[in-house]
Design a protein around this ligand. Structure first.
Ligand code: HEM
Length: 422
């Protein structure tokens, strides 16, 4: 999802976006007697109502048109768990790498995210191995101290914005600590990350593409400076050291480092907001998370329940069927991970927060060869944010109406007003 999800990368591609019939999304429903009512299903990811609560429309899509042609995005939108998981798993049939359907992918975008197996393998292993060699406990401990310090400064305030005062600085601190680099300037980095998140929606708002590409350029420049620095520790040090052995082109390694850093900051920031809001709305669940065993399953459940990654995209390499729908080569499919995560066929009581849910094979971290590379680290980080909430100077409460950022691929809050005051 850190690449383009609700985005059509190259609308000029001649085989891309072959239009199915216009009546495709008409839903025929039996009403009274022999009368048949026909109506058109609408899915507007950026509408205020959808941004506030997308789950009713996801349910409607899943029930009435689980393989839904979205005219504006020129994509098949998938909402059933089994369809979404199969698309993510089957990289032969559903590609991430657009070069497999004859498109060009500019060098500055080529990374673990744009390559598919087998080419992706060595690069992905390099990053998986270096990440897992880091001391997550130690990074977690430093994150805990930082949260306590941030709360210390906020304790006397009447109220504050959780996104600005906690979610943003802690996500940046954790991401920089993992890589072993100095924290970039927070306001500048927020605007880079915001432009990259909006870039993912360029299928809906084409104007977002240019600013997003500029932001990627700035991020790549920042990462180049990290690579050029004399010495470095953390994951970046290990990546630099092991990159030669992996025998993958330099730009793949650098671009993947950019993707990794931004994926880390962007998803942790959004998750810190979504999780805090869910727990403020379910205070009894927050209390139960004092139990460490519940905290592990609870983090996954919180990501399933209202995770940051709403969807991702793949492109069909051959003519195929999804359910009863024919998908042509070059057509884009958009698995809505967040809709799949509420599919009652996979998750009993899908709209309930069940902290000890097991099994919980949610798609909040993706699935298959592009599944989240930082999932275990992300889980550690989210645990620390919850521990931080539990150790706050007093019970935190909502102090106003939260507002959502107007992005569809990444579900994030913009402002989350909170207070320690009763
Ligand atoms: C709770 C936090 C997180 C969530 C919910 C999350 C979610 C996801 C999802 C859904 C994908 C798959 C997208 C797709 O299939 O197209 C993904 C990929 C990825 N994530 Fe995360 N992520 C999180 C944290 C992190 C962190 C902390 C890092 C880095 C340390 C990270 C690095 C990546 C990378 C590099 C990819 C691309 C993998 C590939 O394409 O092979 N993520 N993430």
């Amino acid at each position: 999802m850190h690449c383009s999800a609700f985005g059509l990368e190259n609308p000029k591609n001649p085989i891309c976006g072959r239009r199915p019939g216009r009546l495709m999304n008409r839903v025929n429903r039996q009403s009274m007697g022999d009368q048949t009512m026909t109506r058109t299903l609408r899915y507007e990811p950026l509408d205020l109502r959808t941004l506030t609560d997308p789950y009713p429309v996801y349910r409607q899509l899943r029930d009435e048109a689980p393989v839904f042609w979205h005219e504006q995005m020129q994509s098949w939108v998938l909402t059933r768990y089994r369809d979404c998981r199969e698309v993510l798993r089957n990289h032969e049939l559903f590609a991430r790498d657009r070069r497999r359907i004859g498109e060009e992918v500019p060098e500055f975008r080529q990374s673990v995210q744009t390559l598919d197996p087998p080419e992706q393998g060595a690069l992905r292993s390099l990053f998986v191995n270096t990440l897992h060699a880091q001391d997550f406990d130690e990074i977690g401990r430093r994150a805990r101290n930082r949260i306590a310090e941030l709360f210390g400064h906020l304790a006397d305030r009447d109220g504050f914005d959780w996104m600005k005062e906690i979610a943003a600085p802690i996500s940046l601190a954790i991401s920089a600590d993992l890589l072993g680099v100095q924290e970039p300037d927070l306001p500048s980095y927020i605007s880079i990350s915001d432009a990259l998140a909006r870039r993912m929606d360029s299928g809906l708002l084409p104007a977002n593409a240019e600013a997003g590409d500029r932001a990627r350029g700035l991020l790549n420049t920042m990462v180049k400076a990290w690579f050029d620095a004399e010495d470095c520790s953390g994951a970046l040090g290990d990546i630099r050291q092991d990159a030669d052995k992996a025998r993958v082109p330099d730009h793949y390694v650098r671009n993947t480092t950019s993707v990794l850093f931004n994926a880390s900051f962007g998803t942790l920031y959004a998750t810190a907001g979504n999780v805090a809001l869910t727990l403020l709305q379910h205070p009894e669940a927050l209390e139960r998370l004092r139990d460490e065993r519940l905290l592990s399953t609870g983090v996954d459940e919180l990501v399933r329940f209202d995770g940051p990654a709403q969807g991702t995209s793949r492109v069909a390499t051959r003519r195929t069927m999804i359910g009863t729908t024919v998908v042509d080569p070059g057509q884009i499919v958009l698995p809505l991970l967040a809709a799949a995560n509420r599919d009652p066929e996979e998750f009993p009581q899908p709209d309930e927060l069940v902290l000890d849910r097991s099994p919980n094979r949610h798609l909040g971290f993706g699935w298959g060869p592009h599944a989240c590379l930082g999932a275990s680290f992300g889980q550690v980080a989210v645990k620390e944010i919850i521990r931080g909430l539990l150790a706050a100077p007093g019970p935190l409460r909502l102090a106003g109406v939260p507002t959502r950022r107007r992005t569809a691929t990444v579900r994030s809050l913009d402002v989350l007003p909170v207070t320690f005051r009763p």
